[in-house]
Each structure stands twice: as C-alpha cells, then as structure tokens.
Ligand binder design. Structure first.
Ligand code: AMP
Ligand code: ZN
Length: 311
C-alpha cells in the first residue's frame, strides 16, 4: 500500500483507518490526531502547563513527546512503585528521557511515602494491581494539586479504554460507566482536570510512533499484570478487531456519544475531604489513607510480636 499523504512507499498499515503511511507522514498523522482530540474535547490549551503521568512505558513517553512537539508546556510526574527490577528500569528510562530533553520531572518514591506496592498489597491482603491503582491515583491527584498544575494527563490508549469499557459493561458497573470519559472535570477543590489525549489511538500506533521517534522505553510488562483480567478483555477485543477492523474505536466513540450520557445520572455525589490527608474521599478516609492505615496497623502488630519474643 502507498502512503495516503505523499504516495511514497507505505511503512505502516492502519486497517481501522483503511490507510497506510510512510514514516514522516505517520509521525505527522499521529501528532495531528492527538491535537484534534485535545481540541475537540477541550482538554487544555497552550496557556496551561500540563502534568503528564509518565511510567517509562511507550504510551506515556510518546504522549510527553507529542505534547512538546505540538507546542504544549508539559512537565512529568513519575511514581517509583518499588516492583523490583521492573520499577528500577521504568524509573531509569523516565529519568533519562527527561534529562536528555531538560524537562521538569517530579518523582515520588512510594517506599519513602508509605510502602512500596508489594508491601501495600501483602499487608492489606489486596490484589497488587488494586493497591497499585489506589496509590497511583492518590499521588497523581496530590502532586498535580500541590504543585499547582491545572490538568493531569495519562497515556491511556484506545486498547486500554476499550478493555476498561468492556470490563465495566460485563459487570454493568454503572457508577464506573458514569465516570468513564477522556475528560474529567474536578468535583473537589483538590482535584484537577484529568485527561487522556491518546484515547483514540491504538497501542500499536503508539508503539510505532515511539519507535519512529527513537524513544527508549520499558518493553517488559509489569510482572503483576500477568494474568490480570484486563489482558483477557484486550485479547477478546483484539480478536474482534482482527475480524472487524474499527471495532475498538467504534465501541469507545459510540459509548461516549450514545451510551455515556445515559449513565451520567448514576454518578456518585461529590466527595468529602479525607480526615487524614485532605484529598477527596467517598468515606471519612480516602482509599489511599485506608490502605496506609492498614499497613501501619500491621507493622505495629509485627513490632509488638518481635518485642514480646515472637509470641
Ligand atoms: P497502566 O495503568 O499501567 O496501563 O498505565 C496507564 C497510565 O498511567 C500510563 O500511560 C501513565 O500515564 C500512568 N502511569 C502508570 N504507571 C505510572 C507510574 N509508575 N508513574 C507515573 N505514571 C504512571
Ligand atoms: Zn487520605
């Protein structure tokens, strides 16, 4: 297939757009798609400084790169999760990207805050991905608010959003469906706007973009995600996509147009403030402080057992 823009030899074929692109035209096409998504959904303007949550993976590094290329101001926030070698490599790749381009990067080391992900999960008997998600959301929101950013962007792509939508639909989680949107306006004074500029772009496209742009990213998946239910949904959606190109994009876009408004009435009321940290909470303590409280309790118990000679 020839490049749709310049008729040169096509290097990337996008079946869901029924098009092929050569390398320079693909980069341009990718950046324009992101620009259009940001503008159409009024995610942010060039007057605002965006805080990008950067994991060291291809999606968030590609997002940071494309925002800068499009002329937006963007700093990064990275969470060092403490998941062994995987986290060490993720932090190193993120720091190297920021250092090479002289970008502002705020790094939060979970171990220094309360506990690394393995301890958070083990001490609270929660699945690692659940504890990790709670910690990530808390620190993204907290750092964005405390550092005065008006908007936080994550690298969630079309595959992520389609899998999440499918999971929510399979269990008819109406409260979650009410909140599944690429732009979330703040509903508490300590929330900032949250956006997903890559939500219409497939994982394959961000991988190709990162490769073409020479971005050095973590290739390994998180060791905890092996067998995660999200992968089963991604797998099912990939099979549907192979049989019917465009399925994922239609699923997500039509949900936003036709489905999401019908669920909006199911949204929970506005959150209160956490009695411990002041961040938004749907109980007297926020989900993160409940986790940390449990860890502290378990540590105290373990300390007392040690002091009493292990009995
Ligand atoms: P995931 O939940 O791992 O699929 O990641 C979704 C998005 O969350 C990524 O594209 C990043 O924007 C953000 N993210 C995930 N892990 C981290 C991390 N350790 N530090 C900063 N941002 C992260
Ligand atoms: Zn709290």
């Amino acid at each position: 297939m020839k490049c749709k823009r310049c008729r040169d030899k096509g290097e990337v074929v996008l079946r869901h757009h029924n098009a092929a692109f050569c390398r320079p035209c693909f980069i341009l096409f990718f950046q324009r798609q992101v620009q259009r998504t940001i503008e159409k959904h009024q995610m942010f303007t060039t007057a605002e400084e965006v805080l990008v949550a950067v994991s060291g993976g291809k999606d968030s590094l590609a997002l940071w790169d494309v925002l800068l290329e499009l002329g937006y101001r963007a700093a990064g926030v990275h969470l060092a999760l403490g998941i062994g070698e995987y986290s060490r490599v993720s932090t190193a790749k993120t720091e190297a990207f920021a250092a090479r381009r002289n970008l502002r990067l705020l790094t939060v080391v979970l171990e220094e805050e309360a506990a690394a992900v393995p301890t958070l999960a083990q001490f609270t008997n929660r699945p690692a991905c659940a504890a990790c998600g709670t910690a990530k959301r808390h620190h993204f929101d907290r750092v964005a608010y405390e550092s005065g950013f008006p908007v936080l962007a994550t690298g969630h792509n079309l595959d992520d959003e389609a899998a999440r939508l499918m999971a929510n639909v399979m269990r008819w989680q109406v409260h979650h469906l009410a909140k599944q949107h690429p732009v979330l306006q703040p509903v508490h004074t300590r929330f900032v706007r949250k956006v997903k500029p890559l939500f219409r772009i497939s994982e394959y496209e961000t991988a190709v973009y990162a490769f073409f742009r020479g971005i050095d990213y973590v290739i390994d998946e998180c060791p905890n995600s092996v067998g995660a239910t999200q992968l089963a949904y991604k797998d099912a959606l990939n099979r549907l996509e192979a049989a019917m190109p465009g399925t994922k994009l239609t699923f997500v876009q039509e949900f936003l147009r036709a489905g999401q408004p019908a669920f909006a009435a199911e949204a929970e009321g506005p959150p209160q403030s956490c009695a411990r940290c002041g961040m938004p909470a749907y109980a007297s303590l926020c989900a993160y402080c409940r986790l940390v409280n449990e860890v502290e309790r378990r540590r105290e118990q373990a300390g007392r057992r040690l002091a009493s000679g292990g009995h």
